[in-house]
Structure formats: structure tokens, C-alpha cells
Design a protein around this ligand. Sequence first.
Ligand code: KG4
Ligand code: ZN
Length: 338
Amino acid sequence: MSELILGIETSCDETAAAVILDGCRILSNVVASQAEMHAKFGGVFPEVASREHVLKIIPVIDEAMNAAQVSWNDLRAIAVTHGPGLAGSLLVGVNAAKGIALGKSLPLLGTNHLEGHIYANWLDAGLPYVRPEMENVFPLVALIASGGHSSLVLMRGHGEYMELGHTIDDAAGEAFDKIARLLHLGYPGGPAIQRAAEQGDASAFKLPRAQTKRAYDFSFSGLKTAVLNLTKKLDAENLPVNDIAASAQQAIVDMLVEKTHLAVEEYDAKYVLLAGGVAANKLLRQEMSARASRPVIFPPPKLCVDNGAMIAAAAFRHYRAGQSSAWDLDVVPNLKLA
Ligand code: KG4
Ligand code: ZN
């Protein structure tokens, strides 16, 4: 086997492309982040994002091909995120992928962004505990936590997803981002909160851990409101930002770990798998490993956040199963895991 796939990702605010060998080996992985551009808005500004993707997509793909030292003829397929995500952003990647696939007579693989986050764990660099094909990891409970999505999913095999629960309001990453904004820590909020929390005391403030009607659902909006009320109550000039950040981070991590742990026990999962930008969080990785009673798998931080490698990794299994997308492949902003 030596099958190369080009993976393209433009669902949010990263323009990304990667060349992956046999679904796991990273030959190149180029990510052009727009974070700085969106920082002044405190979050992703959709029109700015799609315009930036238009400017960056061809240079990023060229760079990925050059860095991998491969030619178009070496590729077997073009994979691209077609949902979920921002419609205007997804369109740029999907159209670039269609153009290349059509022009080079290659199959097109429309790929689910969330499946991409999950399969970042099968990339070579993403195997902290399990070697090497990760075929014997099922059943596993996957915690998908990103800026736009938070859910618990039971996987009994490759591509088999049963959603156990999801957030009923904000996503976990969104909670990090919104709380960071309240504390004037900038965007993206997750890494900023993590940094501030390192200097703070997580027991300084008692913040709520929301209960939900369904055992495996999440809720983070109450926490955000509690932080807002706290900032109003305290002296704005001398806000204990680090202590609030540490207390809020602890609350989010506690909620994520507790529900995941519950699901692991009920479904007798062999592994816990972390996916999505929030999986980069140090405290989450530590506490999940310490409290989850099963081995925890997570990608290196760089592969937790949006990238093209994870899209090619997810697409590889569909390619091997002989699947491909039709030329009328469309973007699906609210695409679910099948
Ligand atoms: O997966 P991702 O790159 O994009 C989406 O698909 O949404 O996730 C981005 C989210 C942001 O909300 C960001 O604040 C969060 O992941 N994030 C983190 C960390 N790094 C990124 N949250 C907590 N701790 C981190 N170290
Ligand atoms: Zn993502």
C-alpha cells in the first residue's frame, strides 16, 4: 500500500491542506490560521473567514503538495470537509476540491468534519498509548468537544457512531471562548484560559456544574452566566482573572470528565477517545486519564485543532471501502455524524 490522499479543510477559520499516506502517515500538514484577524471581533466573523479562505486556499494546497514532495499524479483521491461548519467557508474548500478532482480525474471524498476530529487519533503522530493500527480499540466512548460541537459518541467499530448525548446550549469550546471574552483574554479562548489558569487557583470560586435531564447531555451556558455575574460583582479594576479562569476551566473539565466516565461504565467501553479543539486542553487530558478507569487516547495538541490531515485520515477509510462523492456534492452546515 502506498496511497496518498490530499485533505482540505475550510469549515471555520483555518485554511488547511495535508497529504497523508495510507490514512495515517503525515507527509505534510499546512494550516493558515485566521485567529489574529478574528481576535478583534472576539470570535469568528463569517464573511471575513470565507474571504480569507478564498485568498489562502490555493497557496495552502500548493504548499502542502510541495512540502510532501509529491505530484498530482501520485494522489489517489481528494478529500474535503463539506460539513458541519460555516456555509461560506465550507464552499471555498469544496469548490477547490471539486476543481482539482475534476481536473486531475481523481475521486472526490466529501468528509464529515467531526469524523475528521475522531480520526485525528489514527494519525501516526496521534498514538500516545495504542500501536499501531488501533483496530482493537472498540467499543470506545468518544468525547467530541470543539468550538461548534460537544457530544458523547459510542463507537462499536470504524464509522459506527451512536450519539449518547450532546450539548443543549453552548459547545465546550464556545464556553471557553465566551468566558475568555468576559475576562478580556482574547480569542481563541481555550488556550488563553489554559494559560491564565496555570497562574490561578481552581478552588478560588465555586462555579456551577450543570445537571441535565438526559444523563449524557452537556450544558455550559449557566457557567458562562455565573462567570458574567461574578465579574459584575467583583472590582473590575482588580479582577482575579487567573483564579476565575482556573475555576471555570475546572468546572468545564469536571462536567466533561464526569459524563464521559459515566458512559464508559454503562457501555463497558475499552477506551476513551478525545477529539476536537478542546481535547488539546492539558487539564482535560490529565483529569480524563486520572479519572476515567480506561486508557484515554488523544491526538497531539496540533492535531486536535482543525487541520487537513484529520480530514484525509477520515476519508481514507471511505476511499478503501470504494466510496466517493458525486460532483454535485454540496456543503451541509449542520451535517451530523452518520
Ligand atoms: O476543533 P476546533 O479547532 O474548531 C472547531 O471545529 O470548532 O476547536 C476550536 C475550539 C475553540 O473554541 C478553542 O477555544 C478550543 O477549541 N481550544 C481549547 C484549547 N485549544 C483550543 N480549549 C481549551 N483548551 C485548549 N488548550
Ligand atoms: Zn473542528
